[in-house]
Design a protein around this ligand. Structure first.
Ligand SMILES: Cc1ncc(COP(=O)(O)O)c(C=O)c1O
Length: 388
């Protein structure tokens, strides 16, 4: 079946965070969901469940856990057991539960910036101190990379966890096997639990390959909690159906204790949606990723040709483009400038870390004509003010 990703979808009036946070005359290009219709199989499965008139307390669907196991094996060669899977209502919640489960009061938790904003608050929410390592932009590879010496130098005696984001938001980086091995080796040396947020693991472009860090060896897996979800992949983030994968039994028990009384698992309809996504929607996903890859190429060539002073790094995964407007420092604050003068809402770079006030993040998970309109308005507004 052919899916039409160019099809206009009016999301106004649907309680969409992306479309309703700003006034109606502002074009939203921020929060990370896409404007595409989901695969029909997801809707059909939810509709089918609605034909039964009772919605009582639910178990975890055994078929969903089986689908997760199969998917991890088929996609990444990662063999996991049924027991290792714990369903959680969203990955932000999951990361917070993980910090709660694996730190002692007063510990510190390490992560890399630019960082997905909830990583800044997860340690503080759970009586731990955030410790930040800064990724380096390599202008030859056009990728953000880890400076391993700097990374290791940030670890303190009381650091108990590293939150990895792979593929990385906002830089769209897919970590290589070598990088993952080095990170794991440093974490092992300092006895850090690895909390690996892999929510973007299936929006990965042709030339890159995602590797779950826990799949690298049984030793690494023993100290790793991995989060996955169909939410970004199949555009169902409002369903909040995610999974923690924890192969070590003691770790898993500790995680379950941290959930006690705070999470009742994942709702029935969300599990049905996730099950359909993981078992019936692969042809949709292939077309979705092809469309997103063309959008990605369009964004990067537009920016590099029309606004060459902006540094737009290569994007290996995600539908997010991280753009550095440092060349315009002293002239514009890019987030405020585009919001006020072009009426486009991007994510403000500052929310990804203190050094990034001259950055914005663009969500290119939208219809091509909308994307063209956003990029053209960016360039025209900069021209109008004489900046390019
Ligand atoms: C790296 C990362 N983790 C987690 C989330 C959100 O997870 P959830 O909506 O399941 O809490 C996002 C959403 O953008 C993300 O980019």
């Amino acid at each position: 079946m052919i899916f039409d990703f160019d099809k206009e979808v009016n999301r106004k009036g649907t309680s969409s965070v992306k479309w309703e946070a700003y006034p109606p005359f502002v074009t939203p290009a921020w929060v990370a969901d896409t404007d595409f219709e989901v695969a029909p199989a997801i809707i059909e499965r939810i509709q089918k469940r609605l034909t039964h008139p009772v919605f009582g307390y639910t178990t975890d669907l055994p078929a969903l856990k089986e689908a997760i196991q199969k998917r991890m094996f088929n996609r990444f060669g990662w063999k996991i057991s049924d027991e290792s899977i714990v369903l959680v209502p969203g990955i932000v919640a999951g990361v917070n539960f993980a910090v709660r489960a694996f730190r002692k009061d007063g510990d510190s938790v390490l992560f890399q910036q630019p960082a997905y904003p909830p990583f800044f608050t997860a340690p503080a929410n759970n009586h731990a101190e955030p410790i930040i390592s800064t990724m380096i932009y390599n202008s030859d590879s056009r990728l953000y990379e880890t400076d391993f010496d700097e990374f290791e130098s940030k670890i303190k005696d009381n650091t108990s966890m590293f939150i990895l984001c792979n593929p990385q938001n906002p830089t769209g980086r897919v970590y290589s096997r070598d990088e993952l091995l080095k990170l794991a080796e440093i974490c092992e040396r300092h006895q850090l639990t690895i909390c690996s947020d892999e929510i973007h693991n299936e929006i990965v472009y042709q030339e890159s390959k995602h590797i779950p860090i826990a799949s690298l060896s049984p030793e690494i897996s023993r100290s790793t909690i991995t989060f996955i979800a169909p939410s970004k992949t199949f555009n169902i983030p409002g369903m909040y159906c995610s999974a923690a994968i924890i192969e070590d039994e003691t770790m898993r028990n500790n995680f379950q204790k941290a959930l006690a009384g705070l999470s009742s698992g994942v709702t029935l309809l969300s599990q049905e949606a996730a099950l359909a996504a993981y078992t019936e929607c692969d042809d949709w996903l292939v077309q979705n990723n092809r469309y997103l890859q063309e959008n990605r190429d369009f964004v990067l060539s537009f920016i590099r040709e029309e606004i060459p002073a902006v540094v737009a790094n290569d994007i290996q995964a995600t539908f997010l483009s991280w753009m550095d407007f440092s060349a315009f420092a002293g002239m514009i604050d890019p987030y405020e400038f585009f919001l006020n003068e072009a009426k486009i809402a991007f994510n403000n770079g500052l929310t990804f870390g203190e050094p990034y006030s001259q950055f914005i993040r663009l969500n290119f998970g939208t219809q091509r004509h909308n994307l063209e309109n956003i990029l053209t308005r960016m360039a025209e507004t900069l021209k109008k003010f004489g900046y390019i």
